[in-house]
Design a protein around this ligand. Structure first.
Ligand SMILES: Nc1ncnc2c1ncn2[C@@H]1O[C@H](COP(=O)(O)OP(=O)(O)OP(=O)(O)O)[C@@H](O)[C@H]1O
Ligand SMILES: [Mg+2]
Length: 268
């Protein structure tokens, strides 16, 4: 961070500090991780930022910003019908591209409490995460980890729990998202979740998110399965579909020679 950016950030903090109480001020206090090299080939936005696939993520990011900015739709859930469709990779790559471009904090939340993967993708070790925050008296600043990737902050999943649906539908969770959203008004909060059809968490979380990005990986789920999942979340605000690992022939006119495609929900 340059001296100027530091000074601006400090001024901003001072300006805000009069208006916020001690609790919400802690939303700006983070745990730091040691600098490390990320060598996970799937996090293409970091390992191969010049590749066509990274470019597709940047396109996805630009379209999302366009769709959401005017209405402050900044809490976005990534989900899919079944497992292994690329939700986590989409969530991480999207958060990275946002963090690379946008000056504000990007918060990435691993709300897949059954199979948390984001910390592994990013090579981050941590002490406490979301499930710990929701079940214990832990300060929020103890679970927000500064990743060192732009202004990207990770709220990792935490220890495995027996009652993820209950925790993720709890008032404490809703209050946390509300607080984070108010605090990060013009910043994005990206939430990775388990699949809609096999776990109830997705629908619970979706009910308090501003928008949903739905990932479909070619060959992973049957058409009927995808339709079933989409019908379960039809009341929610589906911002668009990401076609992951799709062959050009199946992109429905949205030709892309690359691995990723994105299609907006058609406006009614
Ligand atoms: N575009 C792709 N090209 C090649 N492999 C891919 C692609 N997308 C996903 N995969 C493979 O699928 C695996 C699962 O991806 P990811 O963890 O993002 O899926 P997920 O939807 O989060 O799965 P889960 O439902 O288990 O959480 C990756 O580790 C990778 O091996
Ligand atoms: Mg996942």
């Amino acid at each position: 961070m340059s001296k100027l950016e530091e000074a601006l950030e400090k001024a901003n903090r001072l300006r805000n500090s009069a208006a916020i109480d001690d609790k919400s001020r802690k939303l700006d206090v983070f745990q730091n991780v040691e600098p490390r090299k990320i060598d996970n080939d799937y996090i293409v936005t970091l390992t191969r930022p010049d590749s066509p696939i990274a470019e597709e993520y940047r396109r996805l990011k630009s379209m999302l910003i366009r769709e959401t900015k005017a209405d402050f739709l900044n809490t976005i859930m990534i989900t899919s019908s079944v497992n292994g469709e690329g939700k986590t990779l989409t969530a991480v790559n999207l958060a990275v591209t946002l963090a690379q471009e946008i000056d504000h904090t990007i918060l990435l939340i691993d709300a897949d409490l059954r199979k948390p993967m984001i910390h592994e993708c990013l090579g981050i070790k941590y002490k406490y995460g979301l499930s710990d925050y929701l079940t214990q008296d832990i300060d929020i600043s103890e679970v927000l980890i500064k990743t060192g990737i732009g202004n990207m902050v990770l709220l990792p999943a935490g220890r495995i729990v027996k009652n993820p649906v209950e925790l993720l539908s709890s008032e404490k969770m809703k209050a946390l998202i509300k607080e984070l959203k108010q605090r990060y008004m013009d910043r994005y909060i990206i939430v990775d979740t388990p699949p809609i059809l096999s776990c109830a968490e997705g629908i619970a979380i979706g009910s308090y998110m501003d928008g949903i990005v739905f990932v479909v990986r070619e060959g992973q789920a049957q058409k009927k399965t995808i339709e079933d999942a989409l019908s379960m979340i039809q009341e929610l605000n589906i911002l668009g579909l990401v076609f992951n690992n799709v062959s050009a022939a199946n992109l429905d006119g949205h030709y892309s020679p690359y691995n990723y495609g994105y299609k907006h929900k058609e406006k009614q």
